[in-house]
Design a protein around this ligand. Structure first.
Ligand code: PEP
Ligand code: MN
Length: 342
């Protein structure tokens, strides 16, 4: 339920209202916009008398939120959520701030990650990705460098200043993520509710990828798990869903971008690499995602795609990334999102 407060509400009356609602066991979230202040109520609101609320001077309107997701709902929080990364908070996503996250599928060696990190930074990426704990379909495939991979990402961050994004697969890995800037929850774990609940208790942005058979509402419900625990810094990631089409690894659901942005205030990034599974489709899908209103992109970049230990077929080279970054900036200008550069 949301309560829209009247323009010049009396603070004492509002305080009394808050106390009354809290005594009913409801959690209250205030969202102050330029013109209106909205109060979001979470919990069992069935006993709340809407007519009684409407009769109060401090209340302009009361609405029930029909959707099962509340904290992730734009009705609850009309302004875009802006998430800042890194020690200085300079890298931002959401609310008109566009973020390009780039890097290899997996961290493979000190040289590999340091070279790619330096290259993507030079091209304008604002964050570095790299898998250390890798969810692989085959148990015989490279499983990632694990804790050593995170150490190498931290080293790359030290050298480039880029915040790092890396995936957690299980709660027993959490101890290695203390210094990580953004924890990624992969498609395979989007509905690992035990993991989501625990990550909801920590204060660190989470990049939540859409499961390959998940609806948009299910993605938002998974975000709700994180937010219900108090972690409101959730970045949603559209990375394609599985369809009958064999010519791409997944089918990129571009319509998810405007739909999520309508339903939720959370930023949305698009991963064209896992969505298509083909390096040459990364550029067109990246530009399409920008045009469709994405708040960011996550792109796999490898300095030697042919010898990559994971996902070489969908990785673009640093040179191709450099050219893509320029095209992204031009697309943002073309759609009026910014005046210059990324
Ligand atoms: C990844 O980003 O490294 C990854 C494994 O992607 P997804 O979870 O989308 O398959
Ligand atoms: Mn990958």
């Amino acid at each position: 339920m949301i309560i829209i407060l009247s323009q010049d509400f009396d603070q004492q009356e509002l305080d009394n209202l808050i106390t009354w609602l809290e005594n009913m066991g409801l959690e209250i979230h205030m969202s102050e916009g330029a013109n209106t202040t909205i109060m979001g109520l979470v919990g069992d609101t069935s006993a709340v008398d809407i007519n009684l609320l409407n009769a109060l001077d401090c209340v302009a309107d009361v609405k029930r939120i029909q959707e099962p997701f509340k904290k992730a709902n734009r009705k609850f929080h009309p302004q875009d959520t802006v998430i800042s990364l890194g020690a200085d908070g300079a890298a931002k996503i959401g609310g008109g701030n566009f973020m390009v996250i780039a890097g290899p599928c997996s961290v493979e060696s000190p040289e590999q990650i340091s070279q790619i990190a330096a290259a993507v930074k030079d091209s304008g990426a604002q964050a570095l990705r790299g898998g250390a704990f890798k969810p692989r379909t085959s148990p015989y495939a490279f499983q990632g460098m694990q804790a050593d991979g995170i150490e190498l990402l931290l080293e790359a961050r030290k050298n480039t200043g880029l915040p790092i994004v890396t995936e957690i697969m299980d709660l027993n890995q959490l101890e290695f993520f203390d210094e990580v800037d953004v924890i990624q929850v992969g498609a395979r774990n989007m509905q690992n509710f035990v993991l989501l609940r625990e990550l909801g208790k920590i204060k660190k942005p989470i990049l939540l990828k859409r499961g390959f058979a998940a609806t948009i509402e299910e993605l938002l419900m998974s975000a709700e798990y994180l937010m219900a625990g108090g972690n409101e810094e959730v970045i949603l990631c559209e990375r394609g869903v599985r369809t009958f089409e064999p010519l791409t690894r997944n089918t990129l659901d571009l319509s998810a971008i405007p739909i999520i942005k309508e339903l939720s205030h959370l930023p949305v990034v698009v991963d064209p690499s896992h969505a298509t599974g083909v390096a040459r489709y990364v550029r067109p899908m990246s530009l399409a995602a920008v045009a469709a209103g994405a708040d960011g992109l996550m792109v796999e970049v490898h300095n030697s795609p042919k010898t990559a230990l994971c996902d070489g077929q969908q990785s673009i080279t640093p040179l191709q990334f450099d050219s893509l970054a320029k095209d992204i900036a031009a697309m943002r200008v073309a759609i009026g999102q910014c005046n210059e550069g990324i």
